[in-house]
Write a protein of this length. Structure first.
Length: 57
């Protein structure tokens, strides 16, 4: 393999490895924060569209 191809492949593999590590750390941190603080209250305070009962007449 010529040096240019080796350099490109090395940079590409470094990028993929860095992204996988970033994703794993981000997922772990968000999971830990969610466990520590609980779910955000804003998602529970308002029902989503279509979830509430229609007004009775």
């Amino acid at each position: 393999m010529d040096p240019l191809s080796a350099a490109v492949l090395s940079i590409l593999m470094f990028g993929v490895t860095a992204y996988v590590i970033y994703y794993a750390v981000r997922k772990a941190v968000l999971s830990a924060l969610r466990e520590f603080y609980g779910e955000p209250q804003s998602t529970h305070s308002r029902p989503a569209a279509g979830d509430s009962d229609p007004p009775s007449k």
